[in-house]
Design a protein. Structure first.
Length: 1157
């Protein structure tokens, strides 16, 4: 017999069924108009149809599947033919299995698959052969009301055989698995691996049937006529836990052994000597431990899939194991089917007992099984759908209830009251929520086919219109009618202010939008409707403002979409208001309208002008940059191509762009009488041109003044920048200035070339031309004059003589006297570049740069300083309107290059300062009072060596090293504003320089350190006497008349001591302070509370902590006298003069905005 492959089931069947059900449910869930599912009651029908379809496909699966198979076979029959047309089609299942199916179908009818119990003996082939002889050859055997099925019969692959079983009986391939076992003295390997083998069998069948352990017991002796089944079945409650199940099985086996032994004893007698029951009882006694252990192992195994049903014992007789063979048969396919041996009579009661006691549905499904998944999915989906519909029903009922309440409250509220506005706002919120849901979809829990947001929204509009007209629109319209009536009745010659004109225009525009919803502007109406709505009594100002804004904004946003909300307007009132407003607006607004119409014509037709387009291919990267652009409407191309002609046409025709507020037509002509009464066409042209060129200039100033120069980081970068900047062929500066010059000539009248040549020839031969010599003032000559003059262009700014007439000569600029021009600047920049190159190529570049910079520091003139001054003059000649451009393109390039020289020199100056002044100063005074709080005093002689006005080290350093950039102001030093500002002084250095210079001038005015001052004591309650001794000078006070005592301090340096004592009524003389040394007085002053009385007098209070404060007045001749020395406490000499590196760069401020220039 050959192996037969099963025919695979069409895979699209179950997938198509599931897809159809899901599609119908999805259609009902979405409930979209496009699917035609919005009619009431249609959704329940769809749900019912889905349920019926799923039920039909589930219960009629076999029939539908058979039809499906037949259709697919018929449809694809031409493609399945093999090359051999006469070849036979492979059968659906094995002949042995097919013969049994045919027999069962004939004898049992349509329920033939599950009417009998299908039992699968499982184990070694020898063991199975003992209990079911010939089953391995036959594959299946019918014994009574049971079908025995072999797990792996001959002549077919076991996997194919099990697949055929699974397809034939999809619900339960087998009803029970009987694990056949033989006697053994211990638990062998087969018993331990049995759970895994059973798990593999369940995986192949996709079904784990209940398992019964059958022990084949070899029996001898007589054979009875009737056999009884011996075994025990476990209850479901006892099979859950391995330990408890094993204990229960042990107990039952003991009881079964006793009962079987008793029964076997009764029949074990002559003449038949039937001993099989006694032998089974003996087997149970000998193998009980093994049986229980095998059961416990299988029950506790992780491979167990199905329940363990029980244990049976099958007596097998050697004589009856196999009967004589009969002649075999030939199958329909031509294969020989051997005859089936006679089955042992002792086994028949066991198969019947298993079939009667086993409950097949107790098995478990393994793997994925569509017939189980689809019903579960359908039930789950139905349950979820019912829950969703319930939640949706409740949620939509709440929405309907809230909407009904809002409508009832809004209609019931009295118009003109606070409650009316509040209820209208609530109704408005309901509509707003429904609109949002209509656009973005309702919440998921409100769908499920029961949502009625669209119908509810359409229903709510009618009550909203009623409420909104009554509460809001009618009062607003009444107020607008009153305002327009007052406007129409106002005097024709009245001159209202610009603000009043704007209010009248907005009032008319608001009224027209209410009468013509197609012109409605939501933003405009939302702003102006609340202004026209009379306030409601009983509302606070804040609440009224909030309510009016929300209600009006909602009405304005929906007015255009609802043209039926328009009001009926009075034609006479509108005409009168329009005419009056047109007369009041007058000429200025006409000019504004004309100008805006001209600009609108040019917008979008000309590209914006950026830095790249101005440079015309020149590369400015690494030199200067800007991100701003000039709008294309303010370019010479726009002026020549459109703006000039448009201004002439607008002035000539006098037409105003279509203003639907003031005119009923698309374009209305401003009355000619009004224009003729005010000015002629030329005056209109002049005003429009003046306004255009003013904005033209502002646009170019904003762009050019935003240019930023990119600082060089070293000398080499500075040389590269100047080289590119001054190159005659590729300089981006030259390209930019030429482009600006071209743009600045917009508006100049053009002259024919022939006329120009004739006029020049006549001038050469001394003849006068017929053309008037009066110069023409071009519109951009004045604002762009500095730039044009820099390029050598003669400009006429309109200068007049004493008689008020034009002098006929071009205006003279600063460049005419100072020689400032672009060519001169390029020469200056080239000079700077050549000098920098000389420094860079010298043997010691740093030394040469330091020498040049030190010459500047010392106030000596050089070519570099002259070049920088010329560049600064060029930048200044552009004036304040072009300050940003002048600084970025003319001042900064040379300043940055100058800074690359000064930075190394500044570091050198810092080193000299540190070595000559800062380090020795720290060495001399660190750890000495007053620079540190110690007992050691600093030397006045050593201090004078540093801070004396002329001979001190600090003064000599400044005069020799920094005379060119610092200037003396009295007794101190300050930065020279005329010197190069490329370097930044350390603020700490300037502060220390001012402090020490001033201190040196006061303390060492006579050559030696000395202060002249006066001290006067004051009485203190309960203090009878005080004595202050300063370097031998004693000031004793015992409450007599106060008077000043003159003191010169410090003294001769031999008796430096300060002592303060005092005496009270109830105590003797006590010491308040005592110190020795040159700085003893300063130590005493450091303990005092000081209060300034005037610029030279100070009140001092000593001994505050003892409850007896001692008061003195100190009057200094210069400054604060010795009090100035208190500023030296904690003083540290700065370690540098300049801030070098990135921190030392002068910050570049952004240009001012055009309105502040």
């Amino acid at each position: 017999m050959t192996s037969i492959e099963p025919v695979s089931r069409p895979r699209g069947y179950l997938l198509g069924v599931a897809a159809l059900c899901i599609l119908l449910l999805l259609l009902a869930f979405l409930n979209d108009e496009s699917w035609g599912l919005t009619r009431r009651g249609l959704v329940p029908w769809v749900v019912a149809a889905v349920a019926m379809l799923a039920a039909f496909l589930f219960f009629m699966y076999s029939t539908v599947y058979g039809v499906w198979v037949q259709l697919t076979r018929w449809k694809f029959q031409p493609f399945r033919r093999s090359e051999d047309v006469s070849a036979k089609k492979l059968p659906k299942r094995d002949d042995r299995l097919q013969n049994l199916c045919d027999e069962l179908r004939t004898s049992l009818g349509w329920r033939w698959r599950y009417k009998l119990r299908w039992i699968m003996p499982y184990g070694d082939d020898a063991h199975v052969e003992w209990v079911a002889p010939g089953l391995k050859q036959a594959g299946v055997l019918r014994i009574g009301d049971s079908i025995l099925v072999h797990a792996a019969p001959d002549k077919i692959d076991p996997q194919v055989w099990r697949e055929q079983l699974r397809r034939m009986r999809q619900a339960r391939p087998v009803d029970v698995v009987v694990a056949v076992m033989r006697s053994s003295t211990h638990v062998d390997h087969d018993d331990e691996t049995l759970p895994r083998k059973l798990a593999n069998l369940a995986s192949d069948l996709h079904w784990a049937a209940p398992v019964v352990f059958m022990h084949a017991v070899v029996a001898t002796g007589g054979v009875p006529k009737r056999f009884e089944a011996v075994g025990t079945f476990m209850d479901a409650s006892l099979r859950a836990h391995a330990q408890s199940s094993a204990e229960a099985l042990t107990h039952r086996l003991g009881e079964l052994e006793r009962i079987t032994a008793d029964a076997g004893t009764l029949i074990c007698h002559e003449p038949l000597f039937i001993s099989y029951l006694a032998q089974v009882a003996a087997y149970m006694g000998q193998q009980r431990e093994r049986i229980v252990k095998t059961w416990q192992t299988a029950c506790a195994s992780k491979w167990r899939r199905a329940p363990l049903a029980g244990v049976l014992f099958a007596p097998t007789f050697e004589a009856t194991g196999v009967s004589l063979q009969v002649q075999g048969t030939v199958s329909a396919s031509g294969d020989f089917i051997p005859a089936i041996p006679q089955q042992p009579a002792a086994l028949t009661p066991l198969w019947d007992e298993i079939a009667a006691r086993i409950q097949p549905h107790k098995g478990k499904r393994t793997g994925f099984h569509w017939p189980n998944v689809l019903p579960a999915a359908l039930i789950t989906a139905t349950a979820l759908w019912c829950v969703a519909m319930t939640v949706s029903f409740i949620g939509n009922q709440v929405v309907l209830h809230d909407a009904r309440q809002a409508v009832d409250a809004a209609l019931a509220a009295k118009s003109g009251t606070a409650s009316a506005l509040r209820t209208q706002l609530e109704l408005q919120r309901q509509i707003d929520t429904l609109e949002y849901r209509q656009q973005h979809g309702a919440p998921w829990y409100l769908r499920a086919g029961l949502n009625r947001d669209k119908e509810l929204l359409a229903t709510l509009w009618q009550p909203y219109v009623t409420v909104a007209m009554r509460n809001m629109r009618d009062p607003i319209v009444q107020r607008l009618d009153t305002s327009l009536t007052q406007l129409a009745q106002s005097r024709a010659d009245a001159l209202p202010s610009a603000d009043q004109q704007k209010r009248d225009y907005d009032t008319l525009k608001t009224y027209l939008m209410l009468t013509q919803p197609e012109h409605a502007d939501a933003a405009f109406l939302a702003k102006h409707l609340p202004e026209q709505w009379p306030a409601i009594a009983g509302l606070r100002a804040v609440e009224w403002l909030d309510l009016s804004e929300h209600l009006c904004a909602f009405y304005a946003a929906h007015l255009r979409a609802h043209p039926e909300w328009k009001i009926s307007a009075s034609t006479d009132l509108l005409t009168s208001a329009r005419n009056q407003l047109i007369n009041q607006i007058g000429l200025q607004n006409s000019d504004d309208t004309l100008y805006q119409s001209v600009i609108e014509q040019a917008k979008g037709k000309y590209a914006d002008v950026g830095l790249a387009s101005l440079l015309n291919g020149a590369d400015a990267r690494g030199l200067f940059s800007t991100t701003q652009t000039v709008p294309g409407v303010y370019t010479r191309a726009a002026w020549d191509g459109l703006i000039d002609e448009a201004i002439n046409k607008a002035a000539k025709e006098g037409r105003v762009s279509a203003d639907w507020v003031l005119n009923d037509e698309r374009a209305a002509r401003v009355p000619g009488a009004d224009l003729e009464a005010h000015q002629d066409i030329e005056a209109v042209k002049e005003r429009l041109r003046a306004r255009y060129f003013a904005e033209y200039t502002a646009a170019w100033q904003a762009m050019l003044n935003s240019l930023q120069w990119q600082n060089a980081t070293n000398l080499s970068s500075a040389i590269t920048q100047l080289t590119r900047l001054t190159d005659a062929q590729t300089s981006p500066l030259i390209a930019l200035m030429k482009a600006v010059q071209y743009q600045a000539q917009a508006g100049r009248p053009s002259q024919a070339l022939a006329d120009t040549l004739v006029r020049k020839a006549q001038d050469l031969i001394g003849k006068k031309t017929g053309v008037s010599n009066e110069p023409v003032v071009n519109p951009l000559d004045k604002p762009f004059g500095p730039l044009l003059a820099l390029m050598g262009d003669d400009v006429v700014t309109g200068a007049t003589d004493a008689n008020g007439k034009s002098n006929g000569k071009p205006a003279r600029n600063a460049s005419d006297f100072s020689g400032v021009s672009l060519a001169h600047f390029l020469t200056v920049a080239t000079t700077m570049r050549l000098k920098l190159q000389q420094i860079a190529t010298s043997a010691d570049a740093q030394a040469m740069a330091r020498q040049m910079a030190q010459a500047v520091f010392q106030g000596k003139l050089s070519e570099l300083t002259q070049a920088r001054d010329d560049a600064a003059l060029t930048a200044a000649s552009l004036g304040s309107q072009w300050a940003g451009l002048g600084d970025a393109l003319f001042a900064r390039p040379l300043d940055v290059a100058w800074q690359t020289i000064l930075q190394p020199a500044a570091a050198s100056v810092n080193d000299v300062w540190r070595a000559a002044v800062a380090a020795p100063f720290a060495s001399s005074f660190d750890g000495h009072y007053p620079f540190a709080d110690t007992n050691a005093d600093a030397s006045f002689v050593e201090l004078g060596r540093y801070i004396k006005p002329d001979t001190g080290l600090i003064s000599r350093f400044v005069t020799t090293q920094l005379a060119g950039i610092l200037q003396q102001q009295g007794s101190t030093w300050a930065p020279n504003e005329l010197a190069p500002q490329a370097l930044q002084f350390d603020p700490a250095f300037l502060t220390a320089l001012r402090q020490l210079s001033t201190l040196g001038a006061q303390l060492y005015a006579q050559g030696d350190a000395s202060y002249r001052f006066q001290i006067m004591p004051h009485p203190t309650p309960e203090v009878t006497r005080s004595i202050l001794s300063i370097d031998g000078t004693k000031i004793e006070y015992f409450n007599q008349l106060e008077q000043y005592t003159s003191i010169v301090w410090p003294g001769n340096g031999q008796n430096g001591r300060v002592q303060l004592t005092w005496e009270s009524y109830d105590a003797g003389m006590r010491m308040g302070f005592a110190a020795n040394g040159d700085w003893a007085l300063v130590r005493l002053l450091g303990t005092a509370q000081i209060k300034a009385l005037d610029s030279t007098s100070y009140a001092l209070t000593f001994n505050q902590g003892n409850g007896f404060p001692l008061h003195y007045d100190l009057k200094a001749q210069v400054g604060a006298g010795p009090l100035d020395l208190l500023k030296l406490r904690g003083f540290k000499m700065p370690q540098r003069v300049f801030i070098v590196g990135k921190a030392g760069a002068i910050p570049v401020l952004p240009p001012l905005p055009p309105e502040l220039q």
